[in-house]
Each structure stands twice: as C-alpha cells, then as structure tokens.
Design a protein around this ligand. Structure first.
Ligand SMILES: Cc1ncc(COP(=O)(O)O)c(C=O)c1O
Length: 428
C-alpha cells in the first residue's frame, strides 16, 4: 500500500456519504482478526462498530472462513433463475427454523436496502392481487430503512434524503415516533398519532413498516415494546400487513435473537441483512407468510417481479449458514448479556457529564447522546490515535462491538469514549 494508493483513493474513490471535493481522510485497514483492525502503519485498533452491525463473531472467523473455502471449491456463483443449490436451500431452512412459524417463504437479495424494496414491492403486488391499488406506506418518524428509493421514501423525511428527491419519492405517511423509551414506563399518548393516521387512511395503506425497538440511524433510540404491541393490534384490526426491518437488530444484537421478541409480536414480512453473513459478504432476506406469498403468486403476472443477478449467491448463503450455526449454539446470549452488563456499568454514569444528555444501553448497543455535535474529523482521529474504531454521527457516540469482544477490549472502548468527552475541541 503506497502513498500513491492513498492519494488515488482520496482523488478517485467515493466513500459512503462523502464528497469528492475535500473528503475526510480514510484510514487504510490491511487486515482484520477477532475484534482488531490492522492499519497500514501496523497499529491494531479495537473495532467498536462491527463494520456497521455486521461482524458479530469478529473478523477472520475460522468457521466462517472454512465455510467460504468449502463453497468456493464447488462454485462461487450460479444464477438463481431456474437453478437452485444446496447452500441456498440449507440457508432458507435455517432462516425458517430461526424465525416465527408464520414466516415460511424466503426471498434472498443483495443488501438490506434491496430487501426493503422487495418487501414494499411485495405488498404493492399483494394488494393488486386483491384487486386494489395501494401504494401508500405508514411508518414512524426517525426511521431509517436504507438508501434506495422506496427505502428512502419510508425513512424519516427530515433525517434522510427526502428533500433532495422530494418529487420522485412515494408519498408515504409518518406518525410521530414513540417517546416512551425501552426502559421507561409506557405512556399511552405515544400511540395517538399512529392511531389517528391509520384510522383516517386505512383504505389506502398498503403496509406498515418499522424498525422494531431500536431506531438506528434515525437517532439510536430504544422505544417501548408496548408500542409494537399496539401497532400490531391496529394493523390486524385494519388488515394491513406489518413489515419489520430487523436488518440492524436481527441475530442477537438487542439481547433477543430478533428485537420483535421483546414485544412478543410477529410481523407479516421480516427483512434481514447485515449480520446475516457475520460481516463477510453482502446478503439479505425478506421473509413472508404463505398467505401473502400465495396472494402475490395469484396476481396477473403469476409471480413476484424481482430477480437480482446475484440472488442466492452460494458463497454468501454458505457463510450465512455457518454464521447461523454459530448463533444456534447460543453462545451469543451470554456474550451479549455480558456486554450489556459491562456497558451499563461503564457508560450509564456518564449521564452526569456536562456534555451528555442521555445514555442508553440495550443488548450489545451502547449510546452516549451528547449535547453538542461531534467534530467528525477530529474525533475520528482522536479515536484512532487512542487505539479504537468508533464512528459517531451528529450528537451520538455509540458502540456496537462484535459479540466476542473481551472485557479488557470493551473497557478500552468505553474508556476512550469517556476520555473523548473531556476534550472540548472534539465537539462543535
Ligand atoms: C434498519 C436498517 N435498514 C436498512 C438498512 C440498509 O441496509 P444496507 O446498507 O445493507 O442496504 C440499514 C443500514 O444501515 C439499517 O440500519
């Protein structure tokens, strides 16, 4: 990795949410193992982000690597149209056995955002099959469901890219986000906004979509399980299908295998992604009920109109399979429980810090909400210099470490956060 490579990257390569004029510098990672990312200068830093919720068992995991190698010897890819293969069959069996009984039809796709597009298209087609044109979705503010068009259209109108694409997006309905937090008492006024909107518009709503329990990019908010229970009752009353986006929360992150288990509520469509392959290759899945799948299949076209080239990619399926097998040992439960305990002990006292307005912990997620936005450039440099990889946004410093993280490494992550709060220049 030469100086000219770094310069080439800076000049020519677009990174997520970045500008091509004067972009923030990127840190070059040359390898990763366990919870460590190795930088090109040879320094190992502790990863607090699990590569955006995905690398739950850590990097370079021998079981995941073995699954990939075994599969690559057979085939890396084969088209999924008119062809099936053992890795996809085994994965879909696993997904069906891991999720509620009702969800027994699986559509595989490339990424979280695409799995949301798929869910939305499924419901548009579902209503068409029932002889109705419905294209309006109801969701809640502060949501985030990805960066493709349908996904943006159900993400928070102020917090996403609605303004830029205003005239192109589907016109959807947004209820106020619940205020009762996960650990607080339930306040019934939280459901009023949603109730009013669904009552008034039920005739045209194709589906309700939400991130259960944790609203991620929209503020790292943990809301009350009763909210989900109330929403389920309203959706059932009006016969409106409910989509849960568990792309970030799925596979144990909140202390339950799926966040909806905190509320004991089952969706009609479930979107999974990110950690489905343990952070190795992109893959997502949209699961739905036999009833919805059959209704769609009785439409004019007799089929569901979606089919990405890399759908059911064998490498991704094989490694997802291995990832779920690790999860099925249930080791993650103890790991996530321990992380939750340790994060609570070390982060919750920060509530008394003058720059902190809230601290929250749920499962393997720790959030420090500050009173001022971070200076991204400086705080990123500070974290790396102090040996950790934490990528805050706006006023939120949060960590979602790999489940395998040791007590010492987690201690280091939280200590560096505490240290950062004592440096005024890291905040705007
Ligand atoms: C809740 C949620 N839904 C959907 C997405 C989009 O997933 P992807 O980035 O794989 O397209 C994300 C990504 O952060 C997410 O957090």
């Amino acid at each position: 990795m030469s100086q000219s490579d770094t310069l080439f990257d800076y000049k020519h390569i677009w990174h997520p949410y970045s500008s091509m004029i004067n972009p923030h510098p990127c840190y070059t990672v040359i390898s990763a193992k366990g919870v460590y990312l190795k930088l090109k200068n040879g320094k190992n830093i502790i990863d607090g982000m699990s590569s955006w919720w995905s690398a739950i068992h850590g990097y370079n995991h021998p079981v995941l690597n073995k699954a990939l190698k075994k599969q690559i010897r057979k085939m890396s890819h084969v088209m999924f149209g008119g062809i099936t293969h053992p890795a996809a069959i085994a994965l879909c069996r696993q997904l069906i056995s891991l999720t509620p009984k009702k969800l027994d039809c699986v559509f595989l796709s490339d990424s979280g955002s695409v799995s949301i597009e798929v869910a939305i298209k499924m419901l548009i087609q579902y209503w068409q099959s029932l002889g109705q044109t419905r294209k309006t979705f109801l969701t809640i503010r502060n949501g985030y469901h990805g960066d493709t068009f349908a996904a943006i259209s159900v993400s928070d109108p102020n917090n996403s890219f609605h303004k830029i694409y205003h005239n192109i997006l589907l016109k959807n309905l947004f209820a106020d986000a619940p205020v009762s937090s996960f650990h607080d008492n339930w306040n019934n006024s939280d459901i009023i906004s949603f109730t009013k909107i669904i009552e008034k518009n039920s005739y045209k709503i194709a589906g309700v979509i939400l991130e259960p329990i944790v609203q991620g990019v929209g503020g790292m908010r943990f809301y009350h399980p009763t909210y989900l229970k109330k929403i389920k009752i309203l959706c059932e009353y009006y016969s409106i299908p409910l989509i849960f986006d568990e792309i970030a929360t799925g596979f144990g992150r909140t202390g339950k295998i799926f966040a909806f288990e905190h509320a004991d509520v089952i969706p009609d469509i479930l979107c999974l992604g990110k950690s489905i392959t343990g952070g190795t290759i992109t893959l997502a899945a949209t699961l739905t009920s036999r009833y919805i799948a059959n209704t769609i299949s009785q439409s004019e076209t007799n089929c569901f109109m979606h089919g990405p080239t890399y759908m059911g990619n064998p490498l991704a399926c094989a490694v997802a399979n291995a990832n779920i097998k690790i999860l099925k040992t249930n080791i993650w439960k103890k790991q996530v429980y321990n992380i939750e305990k340790q994060l609570s002990t070390s982060l919750l006292p920060l509530i008394d810090h003058p720059y902190v307005i809230d601290v929250r912990v749920l499962g393997a997620i720790g959030v420090v909400e500050c009173s001022r936005s971070v200076n991204m450039l400086l705080i990123q440099k500070f974290f790396v210099e102090h040996g950790v990889w934490i990528r805050p946004f706006k006023k939120l410093i949060y960590i979602i470490p790999p489940y395998i993280i040791s007590t010492q490494a987690l201690n280091k992550l939280t200590n560096v956060i505490i240290d950062a709060l004592n440096h005024d220049f890291l905040f705007l």
